[in-house]
Design a protein around this ligand. Sequence first.
Ligand SMILES: [Ca+2]
Ligand SMILES: [Ca+2]
Ligand SMILES: [Ca+2]
Length: 374
Amino acid sequence: MRRHYGILAILAIAFSALTTTMAQNQQPCCRFRVVHNFRVCLPQGCQPQVTWTWNTLAAVWDLNNLPPIINTNSGTQTYSVPSNDNQSTQAVITVGNQTCASAFASAGFNISWIPGSPNCVQGAHYANGSACAFCRMHGANAGANSHITIACPSMTQGTVVWQPFLQDFVGGECSTQMYDPVIVRAIDPSGQPQNIELFSLRGRGFQWQGQDVDGDGWYDDARIRGNEPRKVGYVTLLKGRTDGAVSRLRLAWDDDGIITESEATGEFADIQLPQVGEPLPDEGVRVPATFELPFELPDGWSVESIEMGGGGVAGQDIPRTPGDVNGDGCVDDADLLAVLFAFGGEGGEADVNGDGIVDDADLLIVLFNFGAGC
Ligand SMILES: [Ca+2]
Ligand SMILES: [Ca+2]
Ligand SMILES: [Ca+2]
């Protein structure tokens, strides 16, 4: 009888370990959502050239059955004002009737004239991604980027009004990254292109939440919050000016939500940040909801366009297909040549099986997987 109790105890421990694992896997997803509102006034009479570029990627894989499935939807188009568009892609692996991995990515934008404000346009961007792996040995990755450029031949100065809204969810073994830049693409007096970054927001494991209190479609309040449950996270915000001045805000925290870095300089110096060693407050850290980004170029310079955008990635790193030496996702003669040229050498990318020498074993792996992922 005692032996049976022993077996029952082992089973009970095994079962509790199993259910714990299952509980942890109930949110095996990473997601991000980057949204922003913008407004900008253009030189009088300008009918701007608006170009929207989108990049979306959804990848899923079974480590026992590579290569990964990678679907993309990318492009660039020109639009008039008003316009809107959206694009997306997805990928799924199902086994029987169970979804084992899924990825979805989408991007969109809209732009319109502001009623009653001739020459001024307003609009919004978004980029969303979701990557979930529900079965062992499976993985997923989603990436989305949306950016719009606005060009007027006579533009030399102006102000971009910018309202970010970034949210992610970090589950299981995956991670996220989000970014949100505003760039003036300028031409200097010698004709060289110069990029002036007016705004750059990067981070992971956080929510930059805007709140529209009065319902007019524009945020009145904004806060930085951590994820629930707390995950390691950070936010870096740079605000640049055409005269070269840069203001910086940096906040980072650990898995317990304890601040590890806290810095606010320049125009952000008045923002009340929690200090290193303090907890990230549950109600969040109050930050500006709206950023005014003025630009004015020196004599002889011209503005080619204003570029605004944002995006992110979520999920796990996409595994390299065996034999894909150059990492372009496809095993072809370029990979074969790479191994042949490195034949007899030590290590490097051409050492496909990682045993320290490039030999016929590596060649066979490339040949065996020839055509995979192409
Ligand atoms: Ca509002
Ligand atoms: Ca390749
Ligand atoms: Ca080798």
